[in-house]
Design a protein around this ligand. Sequence first.
Ligand code: NAD
Ligand code: ZN
Length: 372
Amino acid sequence: MKTVVVKIPGYEYSIAIGSQILSQNLSEAVLKSGTDFVIVVTNSSLHKLYPNHVPLCLEKTRIPVETCILPDGEQYKNLETLNQIYNFLLEKRANRKTLLIAFGGGVLGDMTGFAAATYMRGIDYIQIPTTLLSQVDSSIGGKTAVNHPLGKNMIGAFKQPIFVCMESDFLKTLPPRELKAGFFELIKHGIIHDSSLFSFLREHSGALDPLNLSVLEQAIESSCQVKARIVEKDEKEKGLRATLNFGHTLGHLIETHTNYSSYLHGEAVGVGMVFAAFVSYELKYLTEPTFQQIISFLKPFITPVVLPSLNFEAFQELIMHDKKFEKDSVNFIMISGIGQSFIQEDTSPKLLWRIFKKFIESYPWACQVQNN
Ligand SMILES: NC(=O)c1ccc[n+]([C@@H]2O[C@H](COP(=O)([O-])OP(=O)(O)OC[C@H]3O[C@@H](n4cnc5c(N)ncnc54)[C@H](O)[C@@H]3O)[C@@H](O)[C@H]2O)c1
Ligand SMILES: [Zn+2]
């Protein structure tokens, strides 16, 4: 088993990574927490695939466990579903000592974390991420949220878990499309902060098919290290943490402009990373060979995106909506090499639009726009 420790000032927690590790490590963490009542939050699909999995793991602790089952899907990551969690907690008379466990992907983790941040002004929670994306990214760092009709993740809080248990075996049942989507966030961590992770992934680019759990565990560990070190330095995203948004400016535009219905988050971010590397190259921060190295690695994994027609006004509106309402420019994450990223403040939408038009002409295998 591998362990990564996250040390926030005044607080620390560990992340366990490995195969067949859940039962023992979860039981230990639950006993250590001092709770006398556990509520597992999961969704209907996982409950079908792994019926009673977490309560069975906790049987020997003799602590009572109840399971709250939510509908599955990003479209349910909202205040209404969150209220289902609160209702369940109140009906079961959960109190401030009750421990929540999120069992599922990023949607489940974000919602359960937010419920833990707000129920009775805050209770403890543990993450058991079951998708590659949630293992390499969303379960670490304490960002929790639900969506609002006017924006993704707009209602949220920072709330660190007390423990994260990543059992790699869950990846065996994950659909290949979801695996590939999570792989992009893994590559992202290599590109922005860890050139050896990038090289490792290049050497083991076949790790998804057939699934090579030991390679993935090693990559997940490095990825968690990258995210943990960033969160330790900048928990509340005042600066450095924003570099994790590499590829997300165009990624979020793709998701919003296609109504979150055509492409998975990771797929959109994959195309967004090709674009962000291209912008960095066009603006001469990145050399031609490094740029080529990055896009030739990304290309075989890319799901080509086809966007509905788009003009400058719509482009600007979509990239500005990305939580930066206060300015008429964006903070764009650039790279100056593999493992080297920086925030380019005040990047003008006009400049990005000009490069975007060149991008869709040059890389139709990544992104096309209808009727443009
Ligand atoms: N908090 C953060 O820092 C952060 C970072 C990145 C993304 N996110 C959020 O994460 C969410 C995306 O997470 P995701 O990609 O894990 O999506 P998801 O939670 O929707 O899971 C994807 C699908 O896989 C299913 N699934 C989960 N585990 C499975 C398994 N082991 N076997 C079979 N099926 C399984 C789920 O039921 C779901 O249908 C988004 O809402 C995004 O905003 C949060
Ligand atoms: Zn992301």
